[in-house]
Design a protein around this ligand. Structure first.
Ligand SMILES: [Zn+2]
Length: 462
């Protein structure tokens, strides 16, 4: 597999540190609200990365944290009349609901800042001992200029960073580029005791401490949104490499952002969508499909037209799934033709080669639709049960790597429609075609098409 590595700005062959095993770290959410549609993208695309590497035979350890200690959580808690701990707990549960809805596998390890304060403090102590950090007042800051390769991920020089004025000016800092590792806090607020007095960790240090503890000094792949490259990931590198003296991550993968109707998503512009709001309207699986229909590094434009197209594509896949299930039930045993095996293997190879090329989910989906067309053609002619089983297994093997088709297709057709279809079949048996037609129209009014196929009665959404 080749991966586009943000660190080198090149596609590189993936060479894991240990043969057959891969450690992945993905920056997780700060749990102070429901996730918006932009947050759903890294969750879905890196879930496909994980599934694909597992499919390739790797033993994958996937780590993603919860930032459960943060000023935003404290502020949100005050609004809701909840303690910071209760606020974090509430939004962790809500996040897990969205994650489940999107069919994202839970990480193998999900560290929380509140459980890592001791390890964070000890990493800060190491950085002070190494001369990379200093105490100032009740805070501790990272001495950015001392880390001479600072800027290597975002490809910016220290001077450019200063000119960018994205750094906070603060009298406690030796240099405006320095960033906080520990912030002193009043004892009346949420705090932990440290050698520098009561306080809370800065945001960046948590990922350095958690990644080291769960995956070791050097990790294989670090993932996150494009907007995290600077300063968050740049700072993670500076902290980890200054603390361990080793390379922090061999590969860095970043997903592109999402625009809403060609505009940047923002609360103030009123074009801000929560994942669950979109899911209520289009279904969680449509949102997952949306996230993987484009290459993960490309910016994506979120429009109702695109969502409707995703929903329709997904329905085509579900229709094939149910047609295959029905054909399997109603067909008889026999041979599997060599030509069919060749076609299925070709489509599988195309799918695998797309994902092996920097996780090109867009091309992988094209291969799935080519396979869909081939199988639909087969269903028009003669086939054996064994052939249908082979088609079904190949089709589901590939859609499963993308994490699709996880809703039971039978559940998608409402009971009312199923009942009308049953009545219609009875009417047809009795040769009461007027009633059968009337029932077909009623099914149609409910948004479903019912038709007789060689495989039996087929019902699908229009
Ligand atoms: Zn992080």
């Amino acid at each position: 597999m080749v991966i586009y590595n943000t660190l080198t700005r090149k596609k590189e062959e993936l060479k894991p540190l240990k043969e057959n095993s891969i450690g992945i770290y993905v920056c997780g959410p700060t749990v102070y609200n429901y996730i918006h549609i932009g947050n759903a993208r890294p969750i879905c695309v890196f879930d496909v990365l994980r599934r694909f590497l597992k499919y390739q035979g790797y033993d994958v350890k996937y780590v993603s944290n919860f930032t459960d200690v943060n000023d935003k959580i404290i502020a949100q808690g005050k609004k809701e009349g909840l303690s910071p701990e209760k606020t974090a707990e509430k939004y962790i549960l809500e996040f897990e609901k969205d994650e489940k809805g999107l069919n994202v596998l839970p990480p193998d390890s999900r560290p929380r800042v509140s459980e890592y304060i001791g390890k964070i403090i000890s990493m800060i102590k190491t950085l002070i001992e190494n001369g990379y950090a200093y105490q100032s007042g009740s805070d501790v800051y990272y001495r950015t200029r001392k880390f001479t390769s600072y800027g290597k991920l975002s490809k910016q020089s220290l001077d450019e960073l200063i000119a960018g004025a994205r750094v906070e000016i603060n009298d406690l800092k030796e240099d405006p580029l320095d960033f906080a590792l520990w912030k002193g806090a009043d004892e009346s607020e949420q705090h932990w005791n440290s050698p520098w007095g009561p306080g809370r960790p800065g945001w960046h240090i948590e990922c350095s401490a958690m990644a080291r503890d769960t995956l070791g000094d050097t990790i294989d792949i670090h993932c996150g949104g494009f907007d995290l490259i600077f300063p968050h990931h740049e700072n993670e590198i500076a902290q980890s490499e200054a603390a361990t003296g080793k390379k922090f991550s061999n590969y860095w993968m970043h997903n592109g952002h999402i625009n809403i109707d060609n505009k940047k998503m923002s609360k103030s512009a009123g074009n801000f969508f929560l994942t669950r709001e979109a899911a209520e309207k289009y279904g969680y699986e449509t949102i997952r499909y949306l996230m993987i229909q484009a290459h993960y590094r490309m910016p994506m434009n979120y429009t109702p037209e695109l969502l409707n197209a995703c929903k329709a594509s997904l329905e085509r896949l579900y229709n094939l799934k149910s047609a295959l299930e029905m054909a399997e039930k109603n067909s008889e045993g026999g041979e599997v033709r060599e030509e069919l095996k060749t076609v299925l293997n070709e489509k599988r190879a195309k799918f695998v080669s797309a994902l092996s090329d920097d996780l090109n989910t867009a091309d992988a989906l094209s291969a799935v639709f080519e396979l869909t067309r081939e199988i639909n053609t087969l269903l028009q002619g003669e086939y054996s049960k064994e052939e249908i089983t082979l088609c079904k297994n190949t089709f589901l093997e590939l859609t499963d790597i993308l994490g699709l088709l996880y809703e039971d297709s039978k559940d998608k057709i409402p009971d009312e429609v199923l009942e009308l279809s049953k009545q219609r079949n009875a009417a047809r048996k009795d040769k009461n075609f007027a009633l059968a037609d009337e029932l077909r129209d009623r099914i149609s009014e409910l948004g479903y098409t019912v038709e007789e196929t060689r495989q039996g009665t087929r019902i699908y959404k229009k």
